[in-house]
Design a binder for this molecule. Sequence first.
Ligand SMILES: Cc1cc2nc3c(=O)[nH]c(=O)nc-3n(C[C@H](O)[C@H](O)[C@H](O)COP(=O)(O)OP(=O)(O)OC[C@H]3O[C@@H](n4cnc5c(N)ncnc54)[C@H](O)[C@@H]3O)c2cc1C
Ligand code: FES
Length: 275
Amino acid sequence: MSDNIYLPQLARVAFIKDEVVGERAIKTFRVEAADGGDLFEHECGQCAMLSIFGRGESMISIASSPLIKEYKQFSIMRVGRVSSAFHDLAVGDVIGIRGPYGNDFPIDDWRGKNLYFIGGGCGLAPIWPLITTAVAQRADFKNITVFYGGRTSRDIMYRAELEKLRESVDVHLSIDKAEEGWEGYCGFVPAAVMDKDPVPDNSVAITCGPPIMIKYVIENLNKLGFADEQIYTTIENKMKCGLGKCGRCNVGKDYVCVKGPVYSWAVLKNLPEEY
Ligand SMILES: Cc1cc2nc3c(=O)[nH]c(=O)nc-3n(C[C@H](O)[C@H](O)[C@H](O)COP(=O)(O)OP(=O)(O)OC[C@H]3O[C@@H](n4cnc5c(N)ncnc54)[C@H](O)[C@@H]3O)c2cc1C
Ligand code: FES
């Protein structure tokens, strides 16, 4: 084994799904170790640096539960150069993977509590490992509630998985504007949360999505009585090395690739707004 910390392990693409199609296309990928062995272990909230040879490297949240050992899942939105290269992959292609990077959600501290997950757009992917791990360990938690919104019904990712989740937890889906046949909430995610009046007692809220959504979700949670220590989010500063060496991702003195990407609002609100 090489001691070069930048050297990726080879991984084979085993599964690709068109999660969302159109302008804000999202594809979900599952990768396995190309040599038939194991990929690294990870915790909920951590990410990995994925590389396509000759096209580039991107930090991507690991979107599968640590309980799943056979593969790692990633959901990638096509926005630019490297994400487009991921969208061009086919099953059987080999990519590079190194990680895991960053800190993780303190799930063990939350056993016995109510969990509120609040996601928007592609922001469901970073919290999906936490949701699915909590559901797999359902008896360890009190009420689990998932709020998730897309701009339109076509932007809802993990649709079938969310429907399945309804068997064990409360799931509230929303879209920004009314559409014929839509039975969920119509309006923005922060308003969808207020509509259901989450209770702060013995609860933790975890939110991830577009920065503007996170801002108003946190404001609303505070209004409902959630303390800053009860609110967690994960941030996506641009990253290059993932190792705390290049200085690309810093917020104040924090290298997000090491100290983040998971933050409680109590900590994040006191950092400079460089995220
Ligand atoms: C911790 C972490 C986790 C991430 N998890 C995911 C994930 O699960 N799925 C996913 O699709 N992406 C994720 N990203 C973003 C990803 O690393 C890339 O930044 C993104 O895929 C764009 O790369 P690109 O080369 O295609 O775009 P570029 O060619 O670099 O940029 C194209 C356009 O997108 C904008 N852009 C690039 N990156 C971001 C960003 N992070 N936030 C907002 N705008 C951006 C650029 O400003 C530019 O306008 C994550 C980033 C971090 C740091
Ligand atoms: S990405 Fe290089 S220091 Fe964080």
